[in-house]
Design a binder for this molecule. Structure first.
Ligand code: HAS
Ligand code: CU
Length: 546
């Protein structure tokens, strides 16, 4: 046991293993992103017969699925270990989950790199990949389930030891996120194991396309909240400490997380609004539920503003917005996530536009949607993850965040802001002009409409190149914090709840109630449409190889 780290050295090693995979993924995925924007701008041809859709698949899978999952599970283990502890047995099972996920990742990655899975991260049927693509993904999911059950067990053991006490806020949040993940991944596991694997192995000739997409989006939407909630954990329970304040309300934070659990899942149809074969009534119902899941984000915005204002005023800043000056803008542990929060205002607004049926008809399948998710996951979430890394990595490696790295981190955040504003901004505009997403460079026979898109595609390449500089900076910072920073103790900043807050009511921890409502909502939103899809789908599709 070393004394200069916050977690014991065994837990630190476990978390760091996840972080290494995350940052290697950041580099590979980011490089692919750069290449894509260059190809799409018409300025670059890929060498060695590498295909556009091949690198697009690497980009999506490695960033949206691998980086996120490894970072999140690692980060959540650090929170659990810090708040409720980890036994040797639990750590062993965590490692077991890690190795299964890593094995699955490598299997899938090799398949894509060999050009056998140009199906993008959504792997829409009837595009078909080589079976190892799906088998690898299934292993990642199974490995992550081991992580889920390890976290559940950690809280359970703590609760048994601390009878009658409410669970620590961060442990509660982790368990909610893992419950959400477990319930959501049942859908993707079902389509991969029951539909894609037999079909890609040639055991069956056709696949029910609509069913596979429905099961995918049953998972695909809660997936985005699985990415967002760890960022919210940091906003609610870490950032107040960094800015010298307190958590505004423990109850409100828990309520927001419970609402995410209940409303994240029965909303997948908002990705399928233009898809034929789903009754409009059920699309309408799921859109209403989508609007419900906006509420916990609005609660979060309210709560963050409250924390910032109260802290600023306590420090003596007055006036309507004077408290803004009281925030530690020069501390990258605050600055990076704060920029993420500010970006979430336009990002969330874009999401509300997407969810509105009529407007979805305009933006669906255009590069507007790509712009939307580069703001949400590619800015809000990732900048918060970077913000977490600045204290988490040194606190695990027993080193200090130096002022030089702090400054470099601020520069990194600014580079990201500039690059993403240019790239995502031009994606949004080009999307409104009708530019498609998921497509390689084309002049579409020189049509007038397509010629309008070119300048925005060049702007995307400029933004993409700036972002790649941001990635190189971040990878450098990571390497420095792991191996080169001076030894020392870095704070693991856990905030306390404001003494003015009311005590948290115990019913917020009534797991049976919340899980029960979640399941009821899922059954309500999905049972009839899924039966309908199974009974009335057109004949299944044979594979389409690209
Ligand atoms: Fe989305 C498509 C709707 C949030 C990610 N989304 C996607 C895709 C991804 C994605 C990856 O309804 C593409 C999938 C694909 O490949 O096809 N999205 C929404 C809605 C929300 C939303 C309603 N999305 C996210 C988040 C993501 C994410 C979060 C990742 C992390 N999205 C859609 C729809 C589509 C879609 C449709 C399908 C489009 C199509 O046709 O294909 C909501 O959750 C958003 C709510 C958020 C807010 C913002 C609250 C603001 C806060 C910040 C406060 C700021 C502070 C700082 C305190 C209402 C919390 C202030 C300081 C100052 C100084 C000012
Ligand atoms: Cu969604």
């Amino acid at each position: 046991m070393t004394t200069n780290t916050n977690l014991n050295k065994f837990d630190s090693k476990l978390v760091m293993a996840h972080m290494h995979v995350a940052f290697v993924s950041l580099f590979i995925g980011g490089l692919m992103g750069l290449l894509q924007t260059l190809v799409r701008a018409g300025t670059f041809t890929l060498p060695f017969g590498i295909g556009y859709y091949q690198i697009l698949t690497v980009h999506g899978v490695i960033l949206a699925l691998v980086l996120t999952t490894f970072f999140i599970i690692g980060f959540q283990f650090s929170l659990m270990s810090k708040t409720v502890g980890m036994t040797d047995k639990q750590r062993d099972s965590a490692w077991f989950g890690f190795w299964i996920m890593l094995f699955g990742t490598v299997t899938t990655a090799v398949t894509i790199l060999l050009g056998q899975a140009n199906v993008l991260y959504t792997f829409y049927a009837p595009l078909k990949a080589f079976p190892t693509f799906y088998i690898g993904l299934a292993l990642v999911v199974i490995g992550s389930w081991i992580g889920c059950f390890t976290n559940f067990r950690q809280l359970y053991v703590w609760k048994k030891k601390n009878k009658g006490e409410k669970s620590p806020l961060l442990a509660f949040m982790v368990v909610i996120n893992m419950l959400l993940w477990f319930i959501a991944t049942l859908g993707v596991a079902a389509t991969v194991i029951l539909q894609f694997i037999p079909w890609s192995l040639g055991m069956v000739d056709t696949i029910n396309v609509l069913l596979s997409r429905t099961l995918f989006w049953y998972f695909g939407h809660p997936l985005v909240y699985f990415w967002l909630l760890p960022a919210y954990m940091a906003w609610y329970a870490i950032i107040p400490k960094i800015i010298g304040g307190k958590i505004f309300s423990d109850s409100l934070a828990r309520l927001a997380f419970i609402l995410f659990l209940m409303f994240s899942i029965p909303v997948g149809f908002h990705h399928q609004l233009t898809e034929p074969g789903i009754d409009p009534l059920w699309k309408f119902i799921q859109v209403v539920l989508t609007f419900m899941v906006i509420i916990p984000s609005l609660l979060t915005a309210f709560s963050m503003f409250a924390t910032f204002e109260i802290t600023g005023r306590k420090k003596g800043y007055t006036g309507l917005f004077g408290w803004l000056k009281g925030l530690p803008w020069k501390d990258v542990r605050f600055f990076a996530p704060m920029v993420g929060m500010i970006f979430f205002i336009p990002a969330g607004t874009g999401g509300i536009i997407n969810a509105s049926n009529q407007m979805n008809q305009v933006v669906h399948n255009t590069i507007w949607v790509t712009g939307h998710f580069h703001l949400t996951v590619g800015t809000t979430v990732i900048l918060t993850f970077f913000g977490i890394s600045y204290w988490l990595i040194p606190s695990l490696t027993g080193r200090k965040l130096t002022s030089k790295i702090n400054t470099l981190g601020i520069i990194q955040t600014i580079v990201w802001t500039v690059g993403m504003t240019i790239m995502s901004g031009s994606m949004h505009i080009a999307g409104l002009l009708g530019a498609p997403r998921r497509s390689s460079y084309s002049t579409y026979g020189g049509t007038e409409q397509a010629s309008e898109w070119i300048s925005y595609q060049i702007a995307q390449a400029v933004g993409g190149s700036i972002l790649f500089i941001g990635i190189i900076l971040m990878v450098y910072i990571f390497i420095y914090m792991v191996w080169a920073a001076p030894k020392g103790v870095e704070e693991f900043p856990l905030a306390k709840v404001s003494e003015n807050a009311e005590p948290t009511p115990m019913f917020l921890e009534n797991w049976k109630l919340w899980i029960g409502i979640t399941i009821a909502l899922i059954l309500f939103a999905y049972t009839i449409p899924v039966i309908d899809i199974i009974q009335h789908s057109p004949p299944g599709s044979p594979p389409f190889d690209i």
